[in-house]
Design a protein around this ligand. Sequence first.
Ligand SMILES: [Zn+2]
Length: 319
Amino acid sequence: MRLALVGFLLATAALVSASVAPADSPKANELGRIMILEYHKIDYPEERWTRTPENFRRDLETLHARGYRLQSLNSLVEGRITVPAGTTPVVLTFDDSSAGQFRYLERNGAPEIDPKSGVGVLEAFIRENPDFGRAATFFVLPGAKPPNNLFNQPALEGRKLRWLVEHGYELGNHTLWHANLGKYDEATVRAQLAEAQVWVQRHVPQYRLRTLALPHGVYPRDVTWALSGTAKGTTYRHEAILMVAGGAAPSPFARSFDPVRLPRIQAVERDLRHWLSHFDRTPGDRYISDGNPDTLTIPANKRDRLRTDLPTNQQIIEY
Ligand SMILES: [Zn+2]
């Protein structure tokens, strides 16, 4: 049985390296780490919290060329990695719902997505490279002051949220108006989280915010306040809490995976370059999918790194 599996894997690896996988690391390793990239403004000029549309496009080109494919955050948290065999999942997140992330322009009386906005750049790239996949999570601020109030076009904000959800993107909680959760009492923390969901549901009924990105990366005094509860007549539940830094995230199947403390990588030139070359130099640290969400393919010598409480019933294949 074991021999048959090995033979099968070798055949798969050979097949994969011929088509999509990076030649130097064709073998699946579903205990490798995953980058959750964190964007803020997509705008001009390039600075600490701003990526230009051109540089954002270049990031997508680089990721695609190096064998990364878009992975939904909610699926990652569920332990359902959906990218093709031989490729590496990467998660895109956008914080603060600033105007340049998603802008409509008026063309012949009808709103059209600005090709220079984050969503415009991403959609154009996906159209040209459909094998890249389509996923990103927008951590929006429904009650913030302009220009962070749901992308700063009030008449179109509902249309934007619905468009995102209908096109396979995810919305996440970032509090109502970017409250520093470490500064407030329990009632205020819970109200900030519940109200963000209420505001989003006004535009997208029933939509549940399943993940929370902490404003300023600050946890409330008691983390359970952020995980689930009821306030303002609504119930919220976050399956993962994302930090603002911390590097690449552990595999969702690794013992070290902690959904309450998911690290991210800020998508700025220096950090991106650092992590891309890290994974080039240390391919064994990089998550490589086996292409089948129902199986978990891992090097036998890393078995002790597996979670004992796997989130799903995957069949484990060692090599
Ligand atoms: Zn923020």
